[in-house]
Design a protein around this ligand. Structure first.
Ligand code: HEC
Ligand code: HEC
Length: 349
């Protein structure tokens, strides 16, 4: 025998440990695969998920009305900013599709954001937050907001005493959250309010439910065109996107050509998901935009470079498919995209 008997026990323990390590690695890989499915290129062959239509009707998220009401107060509360003059709605204007219509937004300190402001509508239906997905849930997003304190310039340590000093707010808050004003509770309330910001009943939802007249003949052709070009490979599900990460410019170098055209060099923000993961594969990878209400959220892309829907569609196809889309197809797709604007019904009392 090669191994003395008394060492066999150690060998056994070693093998069990190896097995456990293997399992942990496998689970980790599976988790990563779920976060970013390796679907880097367009292809019409990328077919519907689950055998049903690739885009499904938008369902509102059940929320707690008292928490939503508190979250709404926080969303509009300027005390969350350093200067006490700015609130979430300064950039995420709920009367303008949840954005401000600017390429980059002005922060509390007067500087500009390094990426375009995404909409908060239907944010609760996305599987990650921020262009680079560095926060997973809306709660994570709100906590990151206070930790980074870029947009409104006020870290939690500065906001907390301001909120606590307000007797009425304290009382109302403690009625809803037993342990009162904490970062965790404030983040939860903000998240709960944003989960209420869904926009069901878009014309396209009515169309999916069987009302064939809910969208125009051109929009119907646009939907077919959208499917034919393989847009649904990435922009699918209830939110028509927002559930995977993909590269900007997988076929043609978007960033090099942007520099040629405008002189704008690659910024740190252009590295996208790389900033969050430091994986080489994640360079220029961004969260696939949700196309819900997209007609209301110009300008487009993480760098706000596309002024119109037509521009955005043309650019997508040019850099990720490597072709020039015939103008009529662009027009039809834009007609379809316009049918994705839904109603925001306030759920708060
Ligand atoms: C100065 C403008 C500005 C203000 C004020 C602001 N935001 Fe944002 N918000 C942004 C920008 C820009 C991003 C994208 C940042 C990124 O991806 O790195 C963003 C991202 C988000 C996201 C993620 C959306 C997505 O699709 O990834 C949520 C949710 C959000 N903000 C909520 C809030 C809340 C809640 C507040 C107030 C507490 C707030 N924002 C205040 C500009 C702003
Ligand atoms: C390989 C995945 C993928 C496919 C396929 C794809 N897109 Fe995109 N789309 C993205 C990503 C990633 C972004 C964000 C890129 C960025 O901001 O730099 C995006 C952004 C967009 C935007 C901008 C939305 C906004 O709010 O800024 C529009 C419009 C769009 N896509 C339309 C389309 C159309 C139309 C097609 C089919 C011709 C298509 N996409 C195919 C991944 C994809």
């Amino acid at each position: 025998m090669l191994i003395p008997k008394r060492y066999l026990r150690y060998l056994g323990v070693f093998l069990v440990l190896l097995l456990l390590l293997g399992m942990a690695y496998w689970l980790h890989q599976r988790h990563n695969a779920r976060l970013a499915q390796p679907l880097r290129h367009f292809s019409a062959a990328q077919q519907p998920v689950n055998g049903s239509t690739p885009i499904t009707t938008l369902q509102a998220i059940p929320t707690n009305p008292a928490q939503v009401a508190l979250g709404k107060r926080l969303f509009f509360d300027p005390r969350l900013s350093h200067s006490n003059t700015m609130n979430c709605a300064s950039c995420h204007d709920l009367t303008r599709g949840g954005v401000d219509g600017q390429r980059y937004s002005k922060r509390d300190d007067g500087s500009l954001t390094t990426v375009n402001t995404p909409t908060v509508f239907n944010a609760g239906l996305r599987s990650a937050q921020f262009w680079d997905g560095r926060a997973e849930t809306l709660e994570d997003q709100a906590i990151t907001f206070f930790v980074e304190h870029q947009e409104q310039g006020a870290p939690w340590a500065e906001v907390e005493p301001k909120l606590r000093a307000d007797k009425d707010f304290n009382r109302d808050f403690s009625r809803v959250y037993a342990d009162g004003i904490t970062l965790k509770n404030v983040a939860h309330a903000l998240a709960e309010f944003q989960r209420s910001l869904t926009t069901p009943n878009a014309p396209f939802d009515r169309y999916l439910r069987g009302d064939k007249n809910a969208i125009s003949a051109d929009a119907q052709k646009g939907y077919q065109t959208f499917t034919r070009y393989g847009c649904v490979g990435c922009h699918q599900g209830m939110n028509v996107g927002g559930n995977m990460f993909e590269q900007m410019g997988s076929v043609r170098d978007y960033f090099a050509e942007r520099e040629q055209k405008t002189g704008e060099k690659i910024t740190r923000a252009d590295l996208g998901r790389f900033n969050a993961t430091h994986h080489e594969d994640d360079r220029h990878v961004f969260k696939v935009c949700s196309l819900r209400n997209v007609a209301k959220t110009a300008p487009y892309f993480h760098d706000g470079s596309a002024k119109t829907l037509e521009d955005a569609v043309t650019t997508m196809v040019r850099y990720n498919l490597g072709i020039e889309m015939p103008p009529n197809d662009v027009r039809l797709i834009a007609e379809f995209l316009k049918t994705l604007s839904g109603d925001y019904a306030e759920h708060t009392p």
